[in-house]
Design a protein around this ligand. Structure first.
Ligand SMILES: Cc1cc2nc3c(=O)[nH]c(=O)nc-3n(C[C@H](O)[C@H](O)[C@H](O)COP(=O)(O)OP(=O)(O)OC[C@H]3O[C@@H](n4cnc5c(N)ncnc54)[C@H](O)[C@@H]3O)c2cc1C
Length: 383
């Protein structure tokens, strides 16, 4: 298999350990968590932290494994074998969305106080950027952090925040100046146990049902000034860099999921007899699946190219944006097509493909919609 060409012994060890964990500690509970609309994140993350899964690339000094981007990719590929999208999303919020900026720009204090326990699975993190009035247009956020002596006073609200009802800390983007331009924003670690923090609503979603999604409210919430990540005024740039880790995680999730969905659908087509023959005999369906397989492999290869670039410390913004655009489009096409091939059974909630269809819909929206990816790609192409 192609992966043998790329992954070293360490990465294969990570892969095997995560696969075993998913089979033992996650998949048997997925239906229950989907039903409840909640994953017991403190319990799950502690188990994952004990096994070293939550800091694969991070420094050993803070409890990480100090492995490379290949090991991280193997980790995410195995998370895609979870029988729903909500659990992998909750986990990658911790590893790829709420912590990278602390690692790259955070002070020693923030690393000791938040990164170390996040890697250990003792604290649950969330990423808080989106607001009721600002999603794709990140610079339109209005949540404001006003400096007052040795702290900031936070006012505003955030919405669609994954892990939001359970998070111990938020990596949060706020305005710190009214001035126009990208230097009016700062990134903070916001502990959720301080006065002024309110989870105003747990949101009801069409998919990713096990993952909790919240609307949050900040009312004169005092944040210690030392919780500023990096430099005041640089938050927008810090967050744009953090987005690259978030968007990257979508790629392995998409191509592994697509391959699994195609495999499972092929099994169904072999068993389902229509007009006296198994459906798999219909060339029109076989060719459709062949096209999906080709596109899935192309996305995998783009991802491995990106990993090579990352290992060489190259800027991967354009390639990740391309990958995210392709991933969102492909998984939506594949899940829609797989559901179609299941006929009425595919429309039943009890069938795996209906969950796959609902969960996958988010991939072209969350973390930067497809159209936003297209804007980045086009701009970077220099036309
Ligand atoms: C389940 C779920 C979990 C999420 N988790 C988090 C989280 O943990 N933290 C967080 O901060 N956010 C989170 N989000 C928010 C997510 O990142 C935003 O929904 C996304 O960025 C889109 O923003 P929006 O919803 O405001 O859509 P809008 O900005 O209102 O855009 C609506 C649509 O317009 C189109 N569009 C946008 N820009 C352009 C353009 N330039 N040209 C053409 N068309 C365009 C796109 O199709 C887009 O889907 C989550 C969302 C969901 C649904």
């Amino acid at each position: 298999m192609a992966k043998d060409l790329y992954f070293n012994k360490e990465a294969v060890m990570v892969r095997n350990a995560v696969r075993d964990f998913v089979n033992r500690e996650i998949n048997p509970f997925v239906d229950e968590w989907e039903e409840k609309g909640l994953i017991p994140l403190h319990d799950l993350f502690k188990k994952m932290g004990d096994l070293g899964f939550l800091g694969i690339r991070y420094e050993a000094k803070y409890g990480g494994q100090e492995m490379d981007f290949w090991a991280e990719t193997a980790f995410i590929e195995e998370l895609a074998a979870i029988n729903c999208g909500g659990v992998p999303m909750a986990i990658t919020v911790q590893t790829n969305m709420a912590t990278p900026a602390i690692v790259e720009f955070g002070s020693e204090y923030l690393k000791e106080t938040y990164l170390r326990p996040a890697i250990a699975g003792e604290l649950v993190g969330a990423i808080a950027v989106t607001e009721p009035g600002a999603g794709s247009d990140v610079a339109a956020i209005t949540t404001f952090a006003r400096r007052e002596g040795d702290h900031y006073v936070l006012n505003g609200s955030k919405t669609y925040i994954t892990n939001g009802t359970q998070a111990d800390f938020l990596t949060l983007l706020a305005r710190t100046s009214e001035a126009k331009g990208h230097h009016s924003f700062s990134l903070f670690v916001v502990p959720t146990n301080l006065p002024g923090f309110v989870v105003s609503k747990k949101l009801d979603k069409m998919g990713m049902r096990s993952s909790d999604t919240a609307e949050l409210f900040f009312d004169d919430m005092k944040i210690p000034a030392e919780n500023l990540i990096g430099t005041e005024g640089q938050g927008f740039i810090h967050q744009m860099m953090q987005f690259q880790h978030e968007r990257f995680a979508v790629l392995p999730m998409a191509y592994v999921s697509c391959k699994r969905f195609i495999d499972r659908t092929a099994d169904h087509l072999k068993r389902r007899v229509v007009f006296g023959k198994p459906l798999i005999s219909k060339q029109v369906l076989r060719h459709r699946m062949a096209e999906w397989l080709a596109e899935t492999e192309a996305l995998r290869q783009l991802t491995y190219h990106i990993v090579r670039m990352k290992e060489n410390r190259m800027d991967v913004t354009q390639e990740i944006s391309m990958g995210k655009l392709l991933a969102g489009n492909l998984i939506n096409k594949v899940t829609d097509g797989c559901l179609q091939m299941h006929g009425g059974m595919g429309f039943m909630n009890e069938t795996w493909v209906s969950r796959a269809y609902r969960d996958s819909r988010l991939l072209a929206i969350g973390g930067g919609a497809s159209e936003v990816m297209s804007e980045i790609i086009f701009k970077m192409a220099g036309y």
